[in-house]
Every structure is written in C-alpha cells, then in structure tokens.
Write a protein that binds this ligand. Structure first.
Ligand code: NDP
Length: 320
C-alpha cells in the first residue's frame, strides 16, 4: 500500500526559514512561486534575461533575477524548466552554486533518471511532482484546497531532506490533498507510460482513427468530430469523479453494453503487447535517448509531426 502523508505529517516552518529559488516561470513555476509566497516563504524567481516569462513574473509582483543568481542566493532550488533543457540549465546555472547542504528539487524525474543531471554527493536532492498542471495547482491552493503530489528523496546528505521536502510540499498546498511516496524510477516511468499510452498518444490516436473511419464511411465530419472528440470530456469528467464503474452507472445501458463487447475488440492482446513494448522502451532508456537526441538535433521530427498534425481534417473541422 502507498504511504500517503497530509498536513499533519509536515512542518511548514522549515521551508519558511529557507530562501527558495524557483527556476522557470511557466505552468509549474508560476504556481510554485505564488503558492509558496502565499504560504509565507521567501522566494526568488530565476529566469534568463531574454525569457518570455519575465513579463508574467513581473505582473505577479516578482523581480526575476538570472537563474545563476537565484541559485546562488537560495538554500532550496526548484528546477522548473522544460525537461529537455534541464541538463543544460543545471550545468550552466545551478551546479556552480551547489554548495554543501543545499536542497535541489525537481517536479518530474526525467532529467535525474536518464542522467541529464548528475548532482554532486554533498547536497540533498528530492522530487515533489504535483499531479496536475500549474493552473490547477494554483487554483486549488487559492480556494483553500490542493492537488496531490508524488514525492521521493533521491539523496539525503543532511539528514533533513525528508522533512524539508515535505515542508515544501505543504507550502505548495499538496499535503492538503495528500502526497504519495514513490521512487524516482516509478514516477518517471509511470508518468511517461501513461502520457504515451493513455492520456496523450493513446487517446489522440484513438480519436483520430475513429474520426477518419466515420468520415471515410460517408458521415459528416462535423458529426464525427462531435461524437469522437468533444464528448470525450463528458466521459472523462465522469471517470475523474468516480472511476469506471461510476461512469458505467451514469451512461445509457446501450453505451455500457457497447463498452463491454467492443472495448476488448479494439484494445486487444496485440495492443497489450505494444503497451509492454512501450514500457520496455521507457524502462531501458530507449525513449529518453531518442528524445534527448531529437533535442540535440533541434527537434526536426517534433516540428514535422506538429506541422502534419495541424493540417489534419479533424483540426479544420474543429476550428470551424
Ligand atoms: P513550461 O514550459 O510551462 O515552463 C518552463 C519555464 O522555464 C518557462 O518560464 C520558460 O521560460 C523557462 N525556461 C525555458 N528555458 C529556460 C532556461 N534555459 N533557463 C531558465 N528558464 C527557462 O514547463 P512546465 O512548468 O510544464 O514544466 C516544468 C517542470 O515541471 C518539468 O520538469 C515538468 O515535467 C514538470 N511538471 C509539469 C507538469 C505540467 O502539467 N505542466 C506537471 C508536473 C510536473 P520562457 O517563457 O522564456 O520559455
């Protein structure tokens, strides 16, 4: 069983007495910085001189400094730049000021798990990974609630990494909802697997292929769009609220019967084997290697796929 900790298991005072640097001010960065500030913490925001996020940070009342300056000032450094840039930002701006006993935090395990960041052995390293985008993290905190998070200690030199990490999670509002202890590999591998197989890759391929099948059979694209794409939200809301059985209780008997007889025809043993293959690629680092190489080459494949995606009929129908 997972260990879930709440407010009562953490001590907010610990993080309040540290200088915290938030590097990056995007989806996660803005929510971490604002939630921590509202929790009474001392926060400095680090962004490059030419960062597009500087304006947003200024509007929120920050005076951003360069990432290297923020890292030098702080005892706790949360790295919230895109995963594919973390190795470079770490090496150039963070590593030089990682003096003994500092705590380096990340919000997703990718860069540590796949060797993009190799921290020195005289600092603490931990992860607090909120289970949702920054907008939701901020919104839930603002209304007195929070979203859950996964956390783990990667390296504990001071003997205080656990308490300080939980204190950070509390300042973020996550211990209000519950934080689940995990390992770096579990968080990284399950996160990549779920986004590739279900949340992003699986879902969009399912929607697009179903849309194409209906249009090819002569149905109106607008009708195909509505039933294959837009209605996903209605089902996702039910799944989020109460799980699969709850969703089944909320839809028609016809839809429920169709689910039982057709679902396994679409997602069959062949698909299961492909899922296992995907998981192996994630576990042995093949996916990460490809993604790192793709970035080193300037993202040619990603750009080409984005262009192709944007011109698909489902997009023009949706826009209309
Ligand atoms: P975003 O792309 O939303 O924001 C990245 C921020 O980093 C921007 O402010 C960007 O500035 C800045 N940045 C980009 N390059 C650099 C650089 N070289 N030096 C300093 N700052 C830079 O990222 P996310 O917030 O989505 O992701 C941050 C981390 O949080 C990742 O590890 C991600 O996996 C994790 N995470 C994300 C979740 C999500 O739902 N988004 C959920 C949980 C974890 P600019 O505006 O100039 O580009």
């Amino acid at each position: 069983m997972a260990t879930i900790l709440y407010d009562a298991d953490a001590n907010l005072e610990l993080i309040r007495h540290k200088q915290v640097a938030i590097i990056g001010y995007g989806s996660q960065g803005h929510a971490h910085a604002l939630n921590l500030r509202d929790s009474g913490c001392n926060v400095v925001v680090g962004l490059p001189e030419n960062s597009k996020s500087r304006e947003r940070a200024r509007q929120d009342g920050w005076s951003p400094v360069l990432p290297e300056e923020a890292a030098a000032r702080a005892q706790v450094i949360m790295l919230l730049v895109p995963d594919q840039h973390q190795g470079q930002v770490y090496t150039q701006s963070i590593k030089p000021s990682l003096t003994e006993g500092k705590l380096l935090l990340i919000a997703h395990g990718f860069s540590l798990q796949y060797g993009q960041i190799v921290p020195p052995d005289n600092i603490d390293v931990a992860m607090v990974a909120p289970n949702g985008p920054g907008a939701q993290l901020r919104h839930m905190y603002s209304i007195g609630s929070g979203i859950p998070a996964l956390w783990t200690i990667y390296q504990d030199v001071t003997g205080q990494a656990r308490e300080l990490t939980l204190s950070y999670a509390q300042a973020l509002g996550c211990t209000r909802a519950g934080v689940i202890q995990t390992t770096l590999s579990e968080e990284t591998e399950t996160d990549l697997f779920a986004e590739q197989v279900v949340l992003c890759g699986g879902l969009t391929s399912l929607i697009r292929t179903a849309f194409e099948t209906l249009v090819e059979a002569g149905y109106q694209p607008e009708v195909a769009y509505t039933c294959c794409l837009q209605e996903v939200k209605l089902i996702a809301d039910l799944l989020y609220k109460g799980g699969i059985h709850f969703m089944h209780n909320s839809i028609s008997d016809t839809a429920e019967f169709g689910d039982y007889v057709t679902g396994p025809r679409i997602i069959d043993e062949h698909t299961r084997e492909k899922m296992r293959e995907t998981l192996r690629d994630i576990q042995d680092g093949s996916f990460a290697r490809n993604w790192i190489l793709e970035n080193q080459a300037g993202q040619p494949t990603l750009r080409a796929m984005r262009r192709k995606d944007a011109t698909h009929q489902i997009e023009t129908v949706g826009n209309k």
